[in-house]
Design a binder for this molecule. Structure first.
Ligand code: NAD
Length: 345
């Protein structure tokens, strides 16, 4: 309805990637929480390449300084080790706060349930507080997990989701739902300038080979000639979005004044079995595909409706899975051979 979709209307973007052009407020300095993680490190890199100053804040819980080591000699880059759930202070002006801090892989958040709830709650409050103090735009990295095991397919932003509040995944799903609620409350009650991105499964270089997510797991298993472990019967689907596309979507949202929530994902849907077979083919591996037990509350289907992102941000994913997977395989192959070399020395 028009009420539900009221916030979608496209307004003239106040910020653009060519920061500083006439009539637009330039984004000069951005704070990226969780900036030493997989997605965050790519966001930092992209913003630096656009000429922005970047403060990357991270406690290295699931990310690492190695992910941003190649940025350390850039004068516009600062890495600050800090826990977002504690008091957060950033001296100087800030124009944009992108809040990405949170464990994101199921293996990580199931190991770190309280930390995940805390960074989604307290961490989000502190990041919102920082944005409010600096009069900066705030972007929340939310997730398709807010839709839970969806009963609507594909998922549109006005679907409220199907989440088990006491299931094992709830530490992540509910933390993000609460974070969305906090972000909305700051917008409505405090006038904060906010945007919510619901990110669907992203993949690419700098995912940890052992982070438990399907793509790095399948690639690692295929490269090592181990069985590729597909859960259930492999008919469950995911839509996978290459990291460059995800980052472009996040920045399109950051440089607009769209409040969202907006789905950021690739609508091409693959079953887990197809994904395993594709990875086996691209790596030239002869690994067998082995079917193992499916995790509790694992969603059966997942596909974004990206119509809103296309309309209000002019963004859609462009990288085909074969291309993105090839780049990810190259990277993981180098990582794994680096590990093997380190073990041998
Ligand atoms: P990641 O685990 O690689 O990165 C998260 C970063 O947050 C890590 O560097 C971690 O150390 C940091 N962090 C965690 N708790 C912190 C705290 N208390 N204080 C400071 N830093 C903290 O995960 P990612 O895949 O890069 O995900 C980034 C964000 O995007 C997350 O918020 C995640 O929920 C969201 N997201 C990711 C995906 C995806 O497919 N990768 C999908 C949906 C949503």
């Amino acid at each position: 309805t028009s009420g539900e979709r009221r916030q979608e209307t496209r307004r003239a973007p106040r910020w653009r990637e060519d920061a500083g052009s006439e009539g637009q407020r330039p984004v000069r300095r951005a704070v990226i929480t969780g900036g030493a993680g997989f997605l965050g490190s790519h966001v930092c890199e992209r913003l630096l390449n656009l000429g922005l100053h970047v403060v990357c804040m991270d406690n290295f819980l699931t990310g690492s300084a190695a992910n941003v080591a190649h940025l350390m000699d850039r004068p516009a880059f600062r890495l600050v080790e800090c826990d977002l759930t504690a008091f957060v202070h950033v001296p100087g002006d800030v124009d944009l706060v992108m809040h990405l801090a949170s464990a994101a892989s199921p293996a990580d958040y199931l190991k770190l349930p309280i930390e995940t709830l805390k960074v989604g709650g307290l961490g989000t409050l502190h990041a919102l507080g920082l944005a409010r103090e600096k009069k900066a735009r705030f972007i929340l990295a939310s997730t398709s997990e807010v839709y839970g095991d969806p009963q609507q397919h594909p998922q549109r932003e006005d679907y409220w989701g199907n989440v088990n509040p006491v299931g094992p995944r709830s530490v992540y799903d509910e933390a993000k739902r609460y974070a969305e609620s906090l972000t909305t409350a700051y917008r409505m009650a405090r006038g904060s300038d906010t945007g919510i991105a619901r990110i669907f499964n992203s993949y690419g270089p700098r995912m940890r080979p052992d982070d438990g997510r399907a793509i790095p797991t399948f690639i690692r298993q295929a490269l090592l000639g181990e069985p590729i472990t597909v859960t259930g019967d492999g008919s469950q689907t995911r839509s996978i979005c290459y990291v460059d596309d995800t980052v472009a979507g996040l920045l399109a949202l950051a440089f607009s004044d769209v409040s969202g929530p907006v789905n950021i994902g690739n609508p091409d849907e693959l079953s887990m079995r197809e994904l395993a077979e594709m990875i086996r083919g691209l790596t030239g591996s002869s690994s067998e595909i082995r079917y193992v037990e499916r995790p509790v509350d694992d969603p059966a289907v997942r596909r974004p409706d990206t119509g809103l992102a296309e309309r209000v941000l002019g963004w859609r994913a462009r990288v085909p899975p074969e291309d993105g997977l090839r780049r990810t395989i190259d990277w993981l192959a180098r990582e794994l051979s680096g590990d093997a070399a380190a073990e041998a020395s």
